[in-house]
Design a protein around this ligand. Sequence first.
Ligand code: C2E
Ligand code: MG
Ligand code: MG
Length: 353
Amino acid sequence: DGHELAVVVPAPAGEDRLREIAGELIERLHEPFTVDDLRLGLSSRIGLVAVRDDGADARTLLRRAEGAVTHAIGNDLEIGEYEVARDVHSPVRMALVGELRRALEERELTVLYQPKLSLATDRIVGGESLVRWMHPTRGMVPPDEFIPVAEHSNVLRPMTLFVLDMALARCEAWRQTGTGQSVAVNLSVRNLLDHRIIDDVARLVGRSGVPPEALTLEITESAAMLDPGRAREVMVELRALGVHLAIDDFGAGYASLAYLKQLPANELKVDKTFVQHIESDPRDRAIVRSSIDLAHDLGFKVVAEGVETAAAMALLRELGADLVQGWHIGRPMTAEAFDVALAGSLAAPARLR
Ligand code: C2E
Ligand code: MG
Ligand code: MG
């Protein structure tokens, strides 16, 4: 159910004009049309690549356009643009992969933890692990800048295992001191497509001493949709290990409710773009409210991410969210700072602060 076609636009007046043309194309493609009395609609994505004088031949250009489409799908964009840094075949990209591999070896990668607060108890129950690259000259590099690079190389697996290992060790420490219960780790699309992930998770959890249900693996809705059949298969196998699963960035992708209902997930994380404006935008509030009700009816717990204000938190409590995560509760922090936050939450639950 996917058809691809290429459009060549000769000598447009600059790349901005190219973007405009792509936008117009998308609009036209989205216009509903009638076939045999049926009203039909199309969804489409465009991968944009400009012809530069770098000697790229037609085959290379098509490959770049395909990469741009894949980028659009993975990031839920209507239009994806070719970027040399994402191109697996480009020298710049290969250098970045090399640097990332070195970073992993030299322990430049580190894991921050962001608290997840239970609205039932007003206590921090655990945290989400968020990887960072402490680059010697570029400073703190956010994951969005290097995970796409890692995804298309063999660095992704050791990087994921590194984060898992750190996260499980932290969680074991929290459980020993009775301060925190669970930890979450993000998986990317490519992790899901690599069958070794099942054994990897089983081995690391087993070695850590953490009960499997204390680990939540977060998978974005759009990652699950890239290969729905395969994603579901892997999720079923992961669930069979006893670990918990969360659908991340819910609402930002295109999962159908029919598909969603079959996923063996425990938790649904409402995308922060809806939560952030929940006080000011009645439409966002409506989306969050229905997501919460839907998730509960399907048997999932609901985490609202991107909770930036006390007012947003109060509203989410009213709407029945189970857990909240966001700057209002705490920014992603080092393991040491997180321990302090955990101890503080135990002494004075959020409601009393
Ligand atoms: P995510 O899993 O949805 O993580 C939440 C992101 O929202 C984090 O960005 C976090 O810092 C940010 N955030 C948290 N609270 C707030 C808030 O109140 N307001 C706003 N505006 N933002 C907030 P971060 O750390 O830059 O991570 C971005 C994404 O990178 C993550 O999104 C996740 O998909 C991915 N990622 C992070 N660590 C890993 C990892 O170890 N492995 C993989 N595969 N992906 C990772
Ligand atoms: Mg996440
Ligand atoms: Mg998210």
